[in-house]
Design a protein around this ligand. Structure first.
Ligand code: DMJ
Length: 652
């Protein structure tokens, strides 16, 4: 775009101070810096005049609007002045009778004088400038330029500190040691497994996203782009903290401080980076009180925002952290975005707005929610695919496992995280679950309750390992369910837990396959070779933990301990590896130690063998990657001095 002010009006050249400039062959005037500077001075004098005139206009401040939306509640208003502030910087308190009116008049008078004096000074300065020689002007311009450069350098010197916000009380970060010696022994074993996973990564994969425990070197997948973002470090931090592995935590923090840089040319998954990195960093921040984690979370979130620049505001699946260019997975139906991806941002984004006061994050996720609420849903179900250009559903596939799962989870958790005030989220969850129960949940011939997948009007009687998380979700959502159905949902959670345990129990390794069928006489077993693998996933243990917390039925700890036998089949000298066939007594390894093994699987196991006062549900909500975020009791939020939180950390 050209700047009209610099183009000649009606074909006449703007006169120039530079003699060389007159030899330009064409008529389009090109102004030199010194000329621009003088024009700017004159322009600024003019603006100052107009600005002064503004104060002689009637006072509009009495016609203030009083809009108070949820954003006003959510965004901390810190240091908001109670008094009116004039542009001059003088504070004026309105409406205190004759004395005040007199004072007010006096102030206006002195303001006018000041503005008059300012105009005169500005005009005088402009005249002086015009009298100066070219050399003098160039020298002045040079000095100004250097000053601007200096200021810019100062600005780039370090990250701008974020505004202080009221901190939710950090409660329940206790030791959680169980009173029973045998349970404590099991818990110690889980902590030892965490040490082995972390130490191996520390030794062979440090700074890489994940670890190849057999090849003993770094590993990465396309979800993290081609960059070394230390995914395992970020994902594991809060588990280390909760387990009291302080040295390891500090080590991870140091790496993050010195190396974690999001200005890289990497195309990452918006969803994965949100749940693992932003979730992980926020949890580490809330637990430890170390500002660096908050800063990094916000820096990364800024990089994700361009992903929302689509015609509908439904984000792309991937975004390039450097260029901000987004796109969708090639395999997704008709260029669609994925329900479980764009629907799993809410918790982290609400916290980002809460911590920064920047409404953009909250607005983005609320926009998604509003858009979904307006759409027709086949049989009340949410299809897994939605085109971000047209705003139309892609294929009518619905799943509580892969591609759909955490969308439902985040509806429930949005409500819990808001201290149960976000009733819109709760209602959306209840409606969705009702449709799922009607169309997707069935009992097998052998009496196992399973969640199938809906594909174009047909129910596929297959359940994925990922869908096993839903047992915990049903239990977590039982309290507060409509029509007093709490007992029903707790029972449903127990049935799903039982089915998923069966899928483990019917294998040779006692570890569950990726997907299992309830068809043609099959009950909770995998048939296809490419469904027989176990990649250290957490969902079944996650459900055991929720069920344990709500029922204290000892079978959940027993089943959890069976699953902890991952230590026998997946442990190698260089860490932990997934296996390719859980039905084989001598399986081959996939040679990947997934970051979620440290973030989720080991954390849920540790919590299962801890007492309930560690990370209680009243105060914490776990994101889909098991990163705990505090419940935001907005109305009783109190400012916690940071020193208090860090002291708590040191004291542990
Ligand atoms: C995790 O990254 C998250 O739990 C996600 O929601 C889906 N599954 C993986 C682990 O299996």
């Amino acid at each position: 775009m050209t700047t009209p002010a610099l183009l000649p009006l009606s074909g006449r050249r703007i006169p120039t101070l530079s003699p060389g400039a007159s030899s330009f062959p064409h008529h389009r005037a090109t102004l030199r810096l010194s000329e621009k500077f003088i024009l700017l001075l004159i322009l600024s004098a003019f603006i100052t005049l107009c600005f002064g005139a503004f104060f002689f206009l009637p006072d509009n401040s009495k016609h203030k609007r009083f809009d108070l939306g949820l954003e006003d509640v959510l965004i901390p208003h810190i240091d908001s002045p109670k008094e009116g502030k004039h542009a001059s910087g003088q504070v004026v308190i309105h409406g205190q009778g004759g004395h005040d009116e007199h004072r007010h008049r006096e102030e206006e008078e002195s303001l006018r004088d000041k503005i008059r004096a300012d105009h005169e000074r500005a005009l005088q300065e402009a005249k002086e400038k015009l009298r100066k020689s070219r050399v003098e002007l160039q020298a002045e311009i040079q000095t100004e330029k250097s000053k601007v450069m200096e200021d810019l350098k100062k600005k780039d010197a370090g990250p701008k500190p974020l505004p202080p916000v009221p901190m939710p009380k950090v409660v329940g970060v206790s030791d959680g040691e169980p009173p029973e010696p045998d349970v404590k022994e099991k818990r110690d074993k889980i902590r030892e497994m965490m040490k082995h996973a972390w130490d191996s990564y520390r030794q062979y994969g440090w700074g890489h996203n994940e670890l190849k425990p057999l090849a003993k070197k770094g590993h990465s997948t396309n979800i993290f782009g081609n960059s070394q973002l230390g995914a395992t470090i970020v994902d594991a931090l809060d588990t280390l903290y909760i387990m009291g592995l302080h040295e390891e935590f500090k080590d991870g923090q140091e790496w993050i401080e010195q190396n974690l840089d999001f200005g890289v040319n990497a195309e990452v998954s918006v969803f994965e980076v949100n749940i693992r990195f932003i979730g992980g960093l926020l949890a580490a921040y809330y637990l430890s009180g170390q500002e660096v984690f908050k800063l990094k979370a916000v820096q990364l979130a800024e990089k994700l925002l361009p992903a929302f620049n689509t015609p509908t505001g439904i984000p792309w699946a991937m975004v390039n952290l450097k260029s901000g260019v987004g796109r969708n997975w090639g395999w997704a139906s008709a260029g669609s975005s994925i329900l479980a991806e764009f629907g799993t941002l809410h918790m982290e984004f609400v916290h980002l707005t809460y911590l920064t006061g920047n409404p953009a994050y909250y607005q983005k996720v609320m926009h998604i929610r509003k858009l979904l609420a307006k759409m027709d849903r086949p049989n009340g179900l949410y299809p897994n695919y939605l085109n971000p250009r047209t705003g139309r559903w892609g294929q009518h596939h619905t799943s509580v496992g892969g591609l759909g799962d955490s969308f439902y989870e985040y509806l429930l958790k949005a409500w819990l995280m808001s201290d149960k005030t976000d009733t819109e989220a709760r209602k959306t969850y209840d409606d969705a679950i009702e449709a799922i129960e009607r169309h997707l949940i069935r009992k097998s011939n052998g009496g196992l309750t399973f969640i199938g997948e809906w594909k174009n009007g047909h129910l596929e009687r297959k359940m994925g390992h990922l869908a096993c998380f839903a047992g915990g979700m049903f239990a977590l959502g039982a309290d507060g369910s409509p029509d007093d159905k709490a007992g029903h949902y707790l029972q449903l959670g127990a049935e799903i837990a039982h089915t998923c345990h069966e899928s483990y129990d019917r294998t040779v390794l006692k570890l569950g396959p990726e997907a299992f069928k309830f068809d043609s006489g099959l009950e909770a077993v995998a048939v296809r070779q490419n469904e027989k693998y176990y990649i250290l996933r957490p969902e079944v243990i996650e459900t055991y933990w929720y069920m344990w917390r709500f029922t204290h039925d000892p079978k959940y700890r027993q089943w959890g301990w069976e699953a902890a036998q991952v230590n026998n089949y997946c442990r190698v000298s260089g860490g932990f590896s997934g296996v390719k066939d859980v039905y084989s007594s001598n399986p081959t390894y996939d040679d990947v130690q997934q970051s979620f093994f440290l973030a989720e699987t080991l954390k849920y196991l540790y919590l299962l063998f801890s007492s309930d006062d560690l990370m209680p549900f009243e105060s914490w909500v776990f994101n889909t990657e098991a990163h705990p975020l505090p419940v935001l009791h907005l109305e009783e939020m109190e400012r916690e001095p940071r020193a208090q939180t860090t002291a708590a950390w040191r004291g542990r």
